[in-house]
Design a protein around this ligand. Sequence first.
Ligand SMILES: [Ca+2]
Length: 488
Amino acid sequence: MKKLFALFAFVLLSQAAEPRKPNILFILTDDQAPFDFKFYNPQSTLDSPVISALASGGMVLDAAHHMGSFTGAVCVPSRHMILSGRTVWHLPTGPGAKTCPPNLENNSIGPVFRRAGCATMRTCKQGNSYPAADKLFDVVHDATKRGGTAETGSAWHAERVLDYLGERQNKKDERPFFIYFGLSHPHDVRDGTPELLAKYGATNHTDKNAPPALHKLQPPLPPNWLPKHPFNNTNMNVRDEQSVSGVWGRRDEATIRNEIGRQYACSENIDAQIGRVLAKLKEMGELENTYIFYTADHGIAIGRHGLQGKQNLYEHTWRVPMIIKGPGIKPGSRAPGNIYLGDLLATFCDLTGVPAPETNEGTSFKPVLLGEKATIRDTLYGVYNGGDKPGMRSVKQGDWKLIEYESTTAGLRETQLFHLKENPHELLTEPHNLAKNPKHAAKLGEMRALLLAEMRRLNDPWRFSDQPADGLTPPAHGSKPPKRKKKP
Ligand SMILES: [Ca+2]
């Protein structure tokens, strides 16, 4: 009996000694620029009280990026990198597919956290993601919801999370959870709710020949708005630049301000839906033991630089919003971070004491979140080459940023060199673009060397024509598999 009592006491003590593992609520929006938010851009007119409270209650990162894309569907590689922690040329889709470890999905977020004893749940848009990994959460409710009503819009995703949390209460499920709370908005079609559209002076419209009139409540034009991108950036005819309902190829003030109004209406609705989920977590007593991550799969232009889509490497598109709130993170803190979305998996694991899978290539930014470091790397690399090849590449270090453009088919070569502290909006004209300024020739050479080093390090399969060929045979058919010839 004594022995039994001692064992019982030991079990009780060891349980008390082990702190409860924290939960993770990962919130992922679709196509949202950091500069839509006041905490990145004080001129923004977007009201986002819930997300802003997350920012003031946690940490905001000023240099969070997606690594890029080899296809116009930028969501696809971005979501692969989020779910697997892999780099852009090492994914099971695209040019790196042949060298990617098999069955990578078994080392993606869902299985990693399931194996660690967590309850896992996911809601997100359907498609343009990583289907093999998407389905490996315990509970999955994926559907694309971009309408202007509760059933057809962001509220639907929030309802799935609320239902799941309600069930957890009913079942008295005490396991730590990983909830992947994805939203289908503000990706187009940006159909806001009537009340929020009215607040931003915007209209849902479908007639490209009759755009809505200017309205004083529409958000202002961004400082880097242009009526047209000044040169062919290697993919000017991609769907997002020509066919998005509400914008099409139009870049006039009324069209762009209306569309930003629609974007804000969708984003404020997302904000309200997140508020409902956080209120539920508070009621359940889970909020203080939950790390909340808020981010987007990539940014978006909507008129900035004369572009509409996400197929470019300007800051509005290459960067993503990133807020993290949770135990040990100082409220109101801020750091550059210099992170990629592909660092998320490593960070989720590090914060919860779960081992990161062997296939992970990301770096945990927990030291940044705990205030021990400002950044986890010095240099950032970005690619977009879903159009002509080799396409666009960017490299950034400190305040300096280089973007290179080349289309071998169009015989086009452009270079941009920006000092982001002096030119935060990446204004394009001389003297803002420093690429041809002889005073900065040494810096240009240094940045080009950095870019080449990153391309080599990350196994970029292409090179620009003025770089060493490195013995590479670039993928002959871009990122798509070669088409089979029809039998005669
Ligand atoms: Ca997206």
